[in-house]
Design a protein around this ligand. Structure first.
Ligand code: CP
Length: 294
């Protein structure tokens, strides 16, 4: 099984071997390879993306694969064709593997059971975003040398976050301590008991302070708080940054709501790994795409 649907089901050994292989690919930059010469990969994004889609394409091209980008807005999805029929159609044309991003919860697992080509999850609803968490772990390992023993605070909209879930599964398998910080309305009932909720003052004293985007598009009844209130109560402000440990780092999967969950001037602060996370997405996705087709 070469699909990558999530990190919950992956062993610590599998995760470490992906991180190691990504380090191998990063060390080979800027050289390109023909490792996947003759392989066809479809990027199927049924939900918008900038960095995941673009870095998958960069990774696939660096591996020498033929890349096909499917745009839902210009497809027969607009005529009512289902996601399953769309994926099955692309598979029928001879595509060797698919990268897929979907909004409906549970749909990816259902489709993966009926599709023979390997599928890589590029984010499904609030369930998992495995390559994001892998690039997050890769970034932490590069900075600290190892994951074991780190305390990682994940702060913000935990309930709507596939990034929080994939990080929780992977970080705990690799021996890190995960803690959450969120307002009541953003706590995740399905994760109760798996990581403690701490105050914002405690959360910012961790080794890794990972801020999450407030996902306005997923809040059906609105935030029930203003951006200013959110920033004051849960945002990483400059003042809070000064209370962080000297060695600690700031992370955020992006896109970012500047001056809501993180102050504008912290995005490219020396403590921030935000753009390095995006760079690290390329070698991680090379390792994952290579694994899918090996
Ligand atoms: N972090 C992330 O998944 O960003 P995109 O939605 O732009 O791909």
């Amino acid at each position: 099984e070469n699909s990558l649907l999530g990190l919950k089901e992956l062993s610590a050994g599998d995760i470490v071997s992906i991180l190691d292989r990504a380090a191998y690919w990063e060390a080979s930059f800027p050289k390109q390879t023909d490792t996947l010469h003759g392989k066809f990969i479809a990027n199927m994004f049924f939900e918008n993306s900038t960095r995941t889609r673009f870095s998958f394409e960069m990774a696939q091209k660096r591996l020498g694969a033929q890349v096909m980008n499917f745009a839902a807005a210009a497809s027969s999805v607009q005529k009512g064709e289902s996601v399953y029929d769309t994926v099955r159609t692309l598979e029928s044309t001879g595509v060797d593997a698919g990268v897929i991003r979907l909004k409906p919860i549970g749909l990816l697992a259902e489709i993966a059971q009926k599709i023979k080509m390997p599928l890589i999850n590029a984010g499904d609803g609030n369930n998992e975003h495995p390559t994001q968490a892998l690039l997050d772990l890769y970034t932490m390992r590069k900075h600290f040398g190892e994951i074991r023993g780190l305390t990682v605070s994940i702060i913000g909209d935990i309930n709507h976050s596939r990034v929080a879930r994939s990080n929780l599964w992977a970080l705990t398998k690799l021996g890190a301590k995960v803690q959450f910080c969120a307002p009541e309305t953003m706590k995740a009932p399905d994760l109760a008991g798996l990581a403690p909720y701490v105050s914002i003052d405690e959360a910012i004293r961790a080794d890794v302070v990972m801020m999450l985007r407030v996902q306005l598009e997923r809040h059906e009844q609105g935030l029930m708080t203003t951006a200013e209130e959110y920033r004051a109560n849960y945002g990483l402000t400059v003042e809070r940054m000064h209370a962080m440990a000297k060695h600690a780092i700031i992370m955020h999967p992006a896109p970012i709501n500047r001056d809501v969950e993180i102050d504008d001037e912290l995005v490219e602060h020396e403590k921030s790994k935000i753009f390095e996370q995006m760079s690290n997405g390329v070698p991680i996705r090379m390792a994952v795409v290579e694994r899918a087709l090996s």
